[in-house]
Design a protein around this ligand. Structure first.
Ligand code: FA5
Length: 348
């Protein structure tokens, strides 16, 4: 049996409960429990019919007033909570008025840029680009290029060897140059051939300002009827002119590689000292930085590929991409390229 006093006590009690409801979920629970269909006040109002008439009116008025007061309180409390939430959003961890943070933009590595430039030059001269394996057979890296087991050139091109041997195929190594792809390509194709072969090469080598143990080369191979040293010179000349501009001096001098005859190397004048400093780490006072080896493909190699060396001739070259990048950008130490220092890399 409810009395007016009990309604007032319930009103006070529920107001206190409402003040303690701290979030939207607590408010909803409170609403259901107090004002909902089977809520506390609804139950009092429903039971009015069973009351003696003299009590009914007084109790009804008190209960209706209490219900209206609690509904007002609820609306007020909802508004308060919403305001508090908004204030926390704009004053706390999230400032919706801040401008967005720009994402740092990446760029192509200077070696990738240089490599693409080289390939573009040769593509315009009609050379197709093909790739070969970095893990190579002893046979292709050395023997088939006329570098037998006891040849001194093997010392110059020492590399990393694998312990396992694929059955019967010979020993595996990390290739020291891209030249093995000359053999692989000629095995499967007939002249005319015009290809470039970009790729990583490895050497067991003490590093210094111009030597890394991993570097990238681009091999060039052209085989056809009537190819002469003049074609080699013209092609490499054009390549150097396109990469370095016409203000740079280029030197072509004789050299030796077992797989070409005659052999040459191409060097570009030193940007660091102009040949004036005997202690220069880039040219060692020689004025020239070597960027590639080249020559006319040895007739024995053409014959071993099944070509008639009386009919076909060819030229080949292998250039160092890091050395070319050093000259293009004026980088005095090759080791900067692979130290992954953003202060260096973001300059390109
Ligand atoms: C060769 O690798 C021959 N295969 C090139 C060749 C191809 C000759 C076809 C004839 C015909 P060499 O070891 O000189 O040759 O290397 C060629 C170029 O690679 C060098 O001129 C140089 O630019 C670059 N190079 C060689 N070793 C390193 C190294 N340790 N670090 C950076 N660049 C290197």
């Amino acid at each position: 049996m409810s009395s007016v006093e009990e309604v007032e006590a319930a009103l006070a009690e529920e107001r206190a409960a409402l003040a303690g409801a701290g979030d939207e979920r607590a408010l909803e629970e409170w609403r259901t429990r107090v004002l909902g269909r089977s809520g506390r006040l609804t139950a009092i109002l429903r039971s009015l019919g069973e009351r003696p008439p003299e009590l009914r009116r007084e109790l009804g008025r008190a209960a209706n007033q209490a219900k209206a007061a609690l509904e007002r309180d609820l609306a007020e409390r909802q508004r308060e909570l919403a305001e508090r939430e908004l204030a926390a959003l704009s004053a706390g961890s999230l400032d919706v008025t801040l401008p967005g943070r720009p994402r740092p933009r990446g760029g192509l590595h200077p070696i990738t840029q240089t490599l693409r430039e080289i390939l573009a030059v040769f593509s315009e001269m009609g050379f197709a680009s093909v790739e070969g394996p970095e893990v190579e057979l002893d046979r292709y890296n050395f023997d088939r290029l006329r570098i037998p087991e006891d040849h001194p050139a093997r010392d110059m091109w020492d590399t990393f060897w694998f312990d396992e041997e694929p059955s019967g195929a010979g020993r595996l190594l990390l290739r020291t140059h891209t030249s093995p792809m000359q053999i692989r390509y000629m095995e499967r194709h007939e002249p005319p051939i015009r290809i470039v072969v970009p790729g990583r090469c490895y050497r067991y080598e003490a590093t210094d300002a111009t030597h890394e143990w991993m570097m990238q080369q681009v091999e060039v191979l052209a085989v056809d009827e009537g190819i002469s040293m003049a074609d080699l010179k013209g092609t490499l000349w054009e390549c150097a002119r396109r990469l370095f501009g016409s203000g740079r001096q280029v030197l072509l001098r004789n050299s030796y590689f077992p797989f070409v005859e005659p052999g040459v190397e191409l060097a570009v004048d030193c940007f660091a000292c102009d040949g004036t400093d005997p202690a220069c780490t880039v040219c060692r006072g020689s004025r020239w930085l070597e960027i590639m080896g080249a020559g006319m493909v040895h007739p024995e190699i053409l014959e071993a590929s099944g070509y008639d060396s009386g009919r076909y001739t060819g030229f080949a070259a292998g250039m160092g991409v890091e050395r070319i990048a050093m000259l293009r950008y004026g980088v005095e130490d090759i080791r900067h390229f692979y130290q992954n220092d953003l202060r260096f890399l973001s300059q390109f």
